[in-house]
Structures are given as structure tokens and as C-alpha cells.
Design a protein around this ligand. Structure first.
Ligand code: AMP
Ligand code: MG
Length: 308
């Protein structure tokens, strides 16, 4: 795999690949993404093919700032500007009506587009230099763990793209919060590190409590997702010899001690699962973290990783 340290030369090269319709792996603060020109339907089709991702699963479009929103969204309610001021750059994705120039390939056939500003210098410079909004789903085969380090990118996938830009470990480590703003009642489609309380504080009113939309509206809602090869089993505790994630003192090399802080836990989760997976274990037992809103995104991913 062709891992590049980000420099003005390597980012300029990656931007050239993107302008020519190619795909590169880029770091963001959430997870590593397979980035391409979001307005080029052939480039986007290649991303779906590389991931083995079902076509109806919309991609998130990454822009460099609120000023870029008119390049992809047709309209937006005034609250978008307040949310952007508070959370962008950062892990909040907003779903808005799309412009006709955004291909249906990118939006999974929907007339809405999901958009965010990543909080990572390499991603921001790459967006600016390629002069395109970038579609960037996680750089993993569909349904698998998202990479949170350049070396965790699936080698088969990495071999098929010309460049992997190594931006170091992802600060957040879980995919962004997805907020649907296309109806009167804003709704969280996928929990992430921007919590419901954070969003409600800006909205000045409660989020919509309507039932979740159909699975196709949000691939993050697929039952099994974010999963290692090994079976994930949620557990109360680990006994000696069992491979897994614990909060206590690990007994043996196949146990990983996780932090009791939700942000630190999220930042380490995928890498910890990946390391155990790489040991070839059949089963990874995960000691359940505490409940509470700060842990919602972690519980969401653990539930999906353990679904059969
Ligand atoms: P990922 O698989 O991490 O690239 O994330 C894609 C996420 O974006 C999904 O979980 C969806 O929830 C969300 N998404 C993207 N586009 C849309 C859209 N047009 N409408 C609703 N959700 C979307
Ligand atoms: Mg993904």
C-alpha cells in the first residue's frame, strides 16, 4: 500500500488524482475516508465498487466550510448556519435538499444530500486544492470496521487506490452524527460524538421523536455494520483467556483495557477491535460500557458490530 506523509506535494498529487476522477484515502477526525469528487458520478461509482457498498446507500459530501454549501445544497433553514457555527468543522453531518448538480449516484437516489466540514487539516487542504466537494465514505469494505489509522486500511482496498494520506490516528474515531434537516422536525439518523443535547442546545427545542426512517435512508441504520471478522459478543465481564475489551486489568494479551471516558473509548474502539481481529480470534467479548447519553454513539456501534 502506498502510504504518504501529508506534505504540500503529496496533497497536491492527491488533489490531481481527484480532479481526474480518481479515488484516494484521506484522514478525517472521525475515520479514514475513500475520497473522490462528489459531483463526478463515475468517480463515485468507483467508490461504491471498491467498498462493495449497496448503491442505494448515500455518501457524505465533505466541503471546506459553510461558504461551500451552495455548491451542493439547494436550500437550507436558517438553523443550519447556527449549527455550522457551533459544530463545523466537526463531526456533524446535515442532510439537506440537494442541487441537481449532485448526482443521484452520490445520494443513493435520494433528492437530499448529506454534508459536513471535516475537522482535519489534511482533509480541508485536499478539498480546497481539488476544488471539489469530496464524497468520502469510510475506507473499508462495506459492513466492516472503519479504519482510524492509515495502517488499519484494508490492504486489498489500499492496493486499489494510488494514495493513502497518513494523517495519524483519528481524534474522534467514530463516524459523524447525522442530522436530518429536511422536515420540520430535525432528527438524528445516526448518533455520533455530537450528542442530542449538544444539538438541542443550538436548536433551542427538542429533536423530533418520530420513529427512525426506513433503513435505506441511512446506511448507518443497517443492522449489522461496523463489524470485525470475529463475532462480537456483548458481555458483563471477561474471564481469563477470553479475547475482548474490558475496563478492568487485562488477563492476557488478547484482552484490551478500554478507558472509562466515552470520547477516549470511541477514539480507541475500532483500533482495539482491529487488533484483536488481526490475532485471528473467533470471538471478541466486549464488556458493556456505562449507559447515558455520552455513551450513545458507542452503544450504537457495539450493537451493530454484535448484530448477526
Ligand atoms: P458512511 O457510511 O459513514 O459514509 O455514512 C453515511 C451516512 O450518511 C449514513 O449513515 C446515512 O445516515 C447518512 N446519509 C448520507 N446521505 C444521506 C441522505 N441523503 N439522507 C439521509 N442520510 C444520509
Ligand atoms: Mg462506513
Amino acid at each position: 500500500m502506498s502510504i504518504h506523509i501529508p506534505s504540500s506535494e503529496s496533497i497536491a498529487e492527491a488533489a490531481r488524482v481527484i480532479r481526474e476522477g480518481g479515488v484516494v484515502v484521506m484522514p478525517t477526525e472521525t475515520v479514514y475516508g475513500l475520497a473522490c469528487d462528489a459531483l463526478n458520478d463515475r468517480a463515485v461509482a468507483r467508490v461504491f465498487e471498491l467498498k462493495g457498498r449497496p448503491n442505494e446507500n448515500p455518501l457524505i459530501v465533505h466541503i471546506a466550510g459553510l461558504d461551500d454549501l451552495p455548491k451542493v445544497a439547494e436550500s437550507w433553514p436558517p438553523i443550519v448556519e447556527k449549527l455550522a457555527e457551533r459544530f463545523w468543522p466537526g463531526p456533524l453531518t446535515m442532510v439537506l435538499p440537494k442541487l441537481p448538480s449532485v448526482p443521484f449516484q452520490t445520494t443513493g437516489g435520494l433528492d437530499t444530500v448529506a454534508v459536513r466540514v471535516p475537522d482535519h487539516d489534511v482533509a480541508l487542504v485536499l478539498i480546497e486544492e481539488s476544488e471539489r466537494p469530496l464524497a468520502a465514505p469510510s475506507a473499508n469494505p462495506f459492513g466492516r470496521l472503519s479504519p482510524t489509522r492509515a495502517e488499519d486500511v484494508d490492504p486489498e482496498l489500499a492496493a486499489q487506490v494510488p494514495m493513502v494520506l497518513d494523517g495519524g490516528p483519528c481524534r474522534i474515531g467514530l463516524e459523524s452524527t447525522v442530522l436530518d434537516l429536511t422536515s420540520d422536525e430535525p432528527r438524528v439518523l445516526r448518533p455520533g460524538s455530537v450528542s442530542r443535547a449538544d444539538i438541542q442546545a443550538v436548536l433551542g427545542r427538542p429533536l423530533g421523536s418520530a420513529p427512525p426512517p426506513a433503513a435505506r435512508k441511512s446506511p448507518g441504520l443497517y443492522q449489522r455494520h461496523y463489524a470485525p471478522r470475529a463475532a462480537v459478543v456483548l458481555a458483563e465481564a471477561l474471564t481469563s483467556g477470553q479475547a475482548g475489551l474490558t475496563f478492568g486489568e487485562p488477563c492476557g494479551p488478547n484482552q484490551v483495557r478500554m478507558p472509562l471516558d466515552p470520547r477516549a473509548y470511541a477514539a480507541q474502539l475500532y483500533n482495539a477491535l482491529q487488533r484483536l481481529d488481526a490475532m485471528g480470534v473467533d470471538e471478541i467479548r466486549v464488556v458493556l460500557p456505562p449507559r447515558g447519553e455520552a455513551w450513545e454513539a458507542v452503544h450504537d456501534r457495539l450493537k451493530k458490530a454484535s448484530a448477526s
